[in-house]
Ligand binder design. Structure first.
Ligand code: SER
Length: 553
């Protein structure tokens, strides 16, 4: 059985149990400014786990490509990857433990034929005011899981939220106790292959956990790891998923996998991740997602160079953007590494020079020196960076970890204000205006749109006044679930037509604006207050960017 068959079996298994297949979200989240990447299957589903109706119903199944930038430096062993495919099934306030655990057990032991002697499960032992999960324990036992294979753990192991244990969760985040399944490769080598999270709590402002109105199931299992278990390979890289790539790396370097494992694992993971990010529209740059992509490619180039200085990474990659980026870096890589040899004691300034002159991402330099037992002062690096008027927001902001889709009141107001702004721009400038991007924080909204010249002061004022007029009219915001056809007929605007197969959610603001969107939004525009456009600028040819803030009346 290969990974493709495993994915098909999983989807089929849950479809037969009433689940609807949903399309995977993009790796760059579309409605969540709190994080750079989609890092789990639940992330795009947060509004629905919180109670909003999902167009496809209450039982969902999918395979979600996920990327965890915070794990970049973990890669280089047999089990870690930054990029993986997460098989997921969800109950949005529908079934719960007594369906979920037997199904997962049946899938693993009957469909995939994993022997129960090799499977271990963990159960929440209680903590932070949440009781011990006796129910899951009883269910596992009744399924015939060996009793000594059922282990209890506390919040550090058997609690899942985007941010980790309950005390790490910011207000508003959701999570709950979970029950994991591990596969035993022998000699104490256990690998987690799936996790059923019972999402039933939300962190409150006062730090307490409150039960959600609905009890949800969020199962996630890494396809790479499940495949490793099925083929009994303790190394996830030695599966059909990576083998073709590893073979190419062996050819290009002339080094056998067994002799260069850690470096080859990095290259294989990072190239696979890079190609997926590029497919979702990311291009190498010095900012945000683009910077992470650049880091992946340059880190791979360094590892390849260490395996064989003559090997050419661009000959492994099939993607033009990868080839171009590597070629650019290749010109300075060798000289940069020689320069590094000469440095006795690295400091922030030298790290900046390596970045500036040779294109070494800070983190790559940091890793190379860490291997020599030297740490760099990141503050110093940053100061140099600022001096040069280039701000790498990724390098300097803590966005990797991220939160959940921000559901706070202020962000919700900004979401609705963005719809009004979109429509107002079309009214004032013409219907060639279309959303090209949007990013919201609790401090401002940022909106990118197609338009081929600078807006005049008069136009900016007209747009601002029009949005404020619509706010003052206190229009009702209504949500409808309709087919894509109907949405188009209604004249709803929306960026992401192609993503939706079945039904879509449309938000209508009075008779003024209709837009395809997952929300969340305020229920009446009046609560927004007033907006002020603070900036209008070009970001690339034909694309303008507006920043606006909600201000006091
Ligand atoms: N949300 C859980 C995880 O990411 C299970 O899907 O592990």
């Amino acid at each position: 059985m290969d990974s493709k068959q495993i994915r098909e079996k999983y989807i089929k298994f849950f479809v037969e149990r009433g689940h609807k297949v949903i399309a995977a979200a993009k790796l760059v989240p579309e409605n969540d400014s709190s994080t750079l990447f989609t890092s789990s299957g639940m992330q795009p589903l947060v509004p629905y786990l919180l109670g909003q109706a999902h167009p496809s119903g209450k039982r969902l199944v999918d395979s979600q490509p996920s990327f965890r930038a915070e794990d970049i430096e973990e890669v280089g062993d047999s089990r870690h990857t930054t990029y993986f495919e997460m098989l997921g099934n969800w109950s949005l306030g529908d079934y719960f433990k007594k369906e979920q655990l037997p199904w997962i057990w049946e899938f693993l032991t009957q469909e995939l034929k994993l022997p129960k002697e090799k499977l271990y499960v963990t159960v929440f032992e209680g903590g932070n005011g949440v009781p011990k999960d006796i129910e899951s324990f009883e269910i596992w036992k009744s399924l015939g899981v060996l009793e000594e294979h059922i282990l209890f753990h506390g919040v550090s192991e058997n609690w899942w939220s985007r941010s980790g244990a309950p005390d790490k969760m910011p207000a508003g985040e959701i999570g709950g106790p979970d029950s994991e399944v591990f596969y035993d490769f022998g000699n104490n080598n256990l690998l987690e292959i799936g996790n059923s999270v019972f999402i039933e709590y939300q962190k409150q402002d006062d730090g307490s956990l409150k039960e959600l109105a609905q009890k949800n199931v969020d199962f996630g299992g890494g396809l790479e790891r499940i495949t490793a278990a099925v083929v009994s390979s303790p190394d996830v890289f030695q599966t059909d998923i990576y083998e073709p790539l590893l073979k190419k790396i062996e050819e290009v370097t002339g080094v056998k996998y067994a002799d260069g494992k850690d470096k080859m694992q990095v290259i294989a993971d990072h190239l696979r991740a890079a190609e997926a990010l590029i497919a979702d529209g990311v291009i190498p740059s010095n900012k945000l997602q683009g910077y992470v992509l650049r880091r992946l490619l340059r880190r791979s180039a360094v590892k390849l160079h260490l395996l064989n200085p003559k090997a050419d990474l661009s000959s492994i990659a099939s993607e033009k953007i990868v080839k171009d980026e590597i070629e650019k870096f290749g010109k300075t890589l060798d000289r940069g590494l020689k320069e590094i040899e000469k440095i006795n004691q690295i400091d922030g300034k030298a790290a900046f020079d390596l970045y500036q002159t040779f294109g070494f991402p800070y983190e790559v330099t940091e890793e190379l020196f860490r291997q020599k037992g030297q740490e760099i002062n990141r503050e110093q690096f940053r100061e140099e960076f600022e001096k040069h008027k280039e701000l790498s927001r990724t390098a300097s902001s803590g966005m990797f970890k991220g939160g959940l889709a921000d559901q706070s009141e202020i962000v919700t107001k900004y979401h609705t204000a963005t719809h009004l702004l979109h429509q107002a721009l079309r009214d004032v400038l013409g219907s060639q205006v279309f959303q090209k991007g949007s990013n919201i924080t609790s401090e401002r909204l940022r909106f990118d749109f197609s338009f081929d010249r600078k807006m005049t002061d008069e136009e900016i004022k007209q747009v601002e006044d029009l949005v404020n007029k619509k706010i003052a009219e206190d229009l009702k915001v209504e949500r409808k679930i309709v087919s894509l056809e109907e949405a188009k007929k209604m004249g709803a605007i929306g960026l992401f037509y192609e993503k939706y197969k079945d039904k879509v959610m449309v938000y209508a603001i009075g008779n003024y604006s209709k837009e395809i969107c997952g929300g969340p939004h305020v229920s009446r525009t009046g609560v927004i207050g007033r907006i002020k456009i603070t900036k209008e600028e070009a970001i690339s040819s034909g694309i303008r960017r507006i920043r606006a803030q909600i201000v006091l009346k």
